[in-house]
Design a protein around this ligand. Structure first.
Ligand SMILES: [Zn+2]
Length: 326
């Protein structure tokens, strides 16, 4: 065993900023979070992140955790060479164009690496979580959006222009539902938490079980993802139907990706997956039904292990996974 390394990472989300310090065994030494208040705009958010970064690095210095760089995970397409948000970020208004990397480097006087949050999550699972036994994996989060991180032969695949891994915008129906990206028929338009709730509520308006009636006070608008999955786990017929339908759509969409990339494993995380009720098993069965046997025979389908910590852990690791052109 060599000397311990220490990593500091910040995970920017639309609702919360999570951050912390870990060591090279994966032990979490600091774990904190603060509300992002993204609705206040990009500049206050950048100030908040700068403030968090300074406090985190000061804390590291006081506790003698030697930190060599700061890593940041952010929603949106991130130019990993400059640390700039350069496309598509519906969760944080005004975030596109923000020069996170340049701004923080100026303030902190140390290297700063910025990458997409799903890429960071994939790195964390790859190093310390469910993907650590594998070399080629897809890490997919299903929640308010559907994000993906692709690791091939131990390397994060960012794409030619940092745009790879947008699993949520695989088109599964060219005449389908509108997606918030502006396209139609994307996986996200069917399987994000909002899409699931919309489908479930319209079904529940045609009638619901006594159990759901009492949980929701008779109003389908009171349905949440947690309540939906809780009802499915108790075998509520409509809830199960929605969960199965969602998992089937997701599995169908992902089977194409399995045919293209032939990964060793797919790791699923995020609020929808955490609901249980057989969701991930149905996704897996659908992938096995649709993708080539040669691609699925040894394919492992697993749950992410690091939960909400994956984002800041993976961000901290970014300095070890620099873009080749850097
Ligand atoms: Zn889309």
């Amino acid at each position: 065993m060599g000397e311990l390394q220490y990593y500091a990472g910040i995970d920017i989300g639309g609702s919360n900023i999570k951050y912390g310090i870990i060591d090279s065994t994966g032990k979490i030494l600091v774990r904190e979070q603060k509300p992002a208040r993204a609705d206040k705009g990009a500049t206050p958010l950048l100030h908040l992140i700068t403030n968090i970064a300074e406090n985190l690095l000061l804390h590291a210095a006081e506790n003698e955790y030697p930190i060599n760089w700061l890593g940041i995970g952010s929603p949106g397409t991130i130019d990993n060479l400059t640390g700039t948000v350069n496309g598509r970020c519906p969760n944080i208004p005004g975030w596109v164009g923000t020069e996170i990397g340049a701004h923080l480097k100026d303030h902190l006087n140390m290297p700063v690496y910025v990458d997409n949050d799903a890429n960071a999550m994939a790195l964390a699972e790859f190093r310390f979580g469910a993907a650590k036994r594998f070399r080629s994996v897809l890490c997919i989060t299903v929640g308010t959006g559907i994000g993906g991180g692709i690791i091939i032969d131990g390397q994060l695949w960012r794409g030619a222009h940092f745009s790879a891994g947008e699993v949520g915008h695989i088109i599964i129906d060219y005449k389908g539902k509108p997606c918030r990206c502006g396209n139609i028929g994307c996986l996200e338009a069917y399987c994000s938490s909002q899409a699931i709730l919309n489908r479930a509520r319209s079904k529940l308006k045609d009638g619901m079980s006594e159990m759901l009636k009492s949980v929701l006070n008779g109003d389908p608008d009171n349905l949440t993802i947690k309540k939906l999955f809780a009802a499915a786990r108790k075998s509520d017929e409509t809830a199960l139907e929605i969960v199965e339908e969602t998992a089937t759509i997701l599995g169908a969409g992902l089977s194409g990706l399995v045919n293209v990339l032939n990964p060793q494993a797919i790791i699923f995380g995020g609020g929808v997956v955490d609901g249980g009720a057989g969701f991930i098993e149905i996704v897996g069965a659908e992938i096995r039904k649709r993708a080539f046997p040669s691609a699925t025979e040894k394919l492992r389908i697993l749950k992410a292990e690091l939960g909400n910590d994956a984002g800041f852990i993976g961000a901290g690791l970014l300095g070890e996974h620099k873009s080749k052109r850097q």
